[in-house]
Design a protein around this ligand. Structure first.
Ligand code: SF4
Length: 361
């Protein structure tokens, strides 16, 4: 079972899509005039009702994007993907909502409210701004302070029973009631933009968040009195950790954090990460590498190279045996350093603004 609180290392995307009716993103890709590179490269691989969003984009009509955060540790490159997508949608007629799930963090992880707020400001919102998200017209809020969401969640709670919640999330008899209620609050986060204005809502997520999407769509369908449009969603792949497996905030050697500084240890992390290289240089020259199995190449695809032509060149050189892993990893490290130095500067000027935003909530 995949739940938002427990993702296994080897997610079978194809099987999950078939089981839960997620549709391939490539089927709608050609309808998007200027797709994000994560869409073009298949990192965003699935969707539900994304046609509604395409229609809004093409007709220049307003839509909403909801993207919650539950601050629980340092932000790493895996977390960056969602911000990249939010920035992309800001070129359209969009209103973005960012709920900070402090209630869920309290119920599901035992984090106190002040700690969650501090982490949200110092780590998440500061990085969101530094990465380029425009927060001028974005609604960022703490769940615990947003009455319209809390009120809606109380009404929607009547439309789902415990057996259903247990079936979706695997809750057991000793799960605290707050934790069981947390997904209803998320349903309200996703649906509440429509209370003001009837408009399509998109929720870009990793596959681990799909239980929330399914529950929201079910509840929306049952709530004829509200006349909600069921939310659309997109699904992106998880970035692989440096050693293979999952990139995780709690396992430092699997991740590169957005606050990492260029250092010997960072270089060591990159230089010792899992590649698709062969046992010997001779073999690599003869057979070529396997970029499809390479963490370095994945970094290029997901984060470091925006230009498709440049990416293709690296792919071809790897496949043909012209490029060796040592040089490739060094190049990757240099690109990471360039990125982190730039982000660190931007983070300095973002810090005060992030504080101001949360303190005014
Ligand atoms: Fe990966 Fe680069 Fe080695 Fe190819 S040459 S397997 S892309 S590290």
């Amino acid at each position: 079972m995949i739940t938002p609180w427990d993702v296994s290392e080897d997610v079978d995307y194809k099987k999950t899509m078939e089981k839960f009716g997620i549709r391939p993103f490539k089927d709608v890709l050609h309808k998007i005039e200027d797709p994000h590179y994560l869409m073009r490269r298949g990192v965003i691989f699935g969707h539900r009702d994304f046609e509604n969003i395409i229609k809004s984009i093409n007709e220049k009509k307003k839509f909403a994007v909801v993207s919650g955060m539950m601050p629980s540790g340092k932000m790493h490159f895996g977390h960056k993907m969602i911000v990249d997508q939010l920035i992309y949608y800001q070129r359209y007629n969009v209103k973005i909502y960012i709920p900070i799930a402090d209630l869920e963090a309290y119920w599901a992880r035992g984090m106190d409210f002040e700690k969650t707020k501090k982490l949200a400001i110092e780590e998440y919102i500061t990085n969101y701004i530094a990465l380029g998200l425009n927060l001028e017209d974005t609604d960022i809020y703490l769940q615990s302070k947003k009455d319209v969401v809390k009120d809606l969640s109380l009404k929607l709670a009547k439309r789902v029973n415990f057996s259903e919640m247990k079936g979706i999330y695997g809750f057991s008899g000793d799960t605290n009631i707050g934790h069981i209620f947390a997904p209803i609050l998320q349903v309200a986060d996703i649906l509440h933009p429509q209370l003001e204005e009837k408009l399509p809502v998109l929720v870009p997520v990793g596959i681990d968040q799909d239980p929330h999407i399914r529950l929201t769509r079910d509840i929306a369908g049952r709530s004829k009195d509200f006349n909600f449009i069921p939310p659309s969603s997109t699904y992106h792949r998880f970035i692989t950790g440096l050693l293979g497996g999952k990139m995780s905030s709690s396992k430092g050697d699997t991740a590169i954090f957005l606050s990492d500084k260029p250092s010997k240890s960072l270089k060591k992390k990159v230089m010792s990460c899992k590649t698709g290289g062969r046992e010997t240089l001779e073999e690599q020259r003869k057979l070529g590498g396997i970029p499809e199995e390479c963490v370095v190449y994945e970094f290029y695809v997901y984060h470091l190279i925006g230009d498709d032509k440049e990416l293709k060149e690296i792919y071809n050189k790897c496949k043909s045996g012209e490029l060796m892993c040592g040089a490739c990893k060094k190049h990757c490290y240099e690109k990471i350093v360039e990125f982190l130095n730039d982000l660190s500067e931007k983070r300095e000027s973002a810090r005060e603004y992030a504080k101001e935003i949360v303190n005014n909530m």
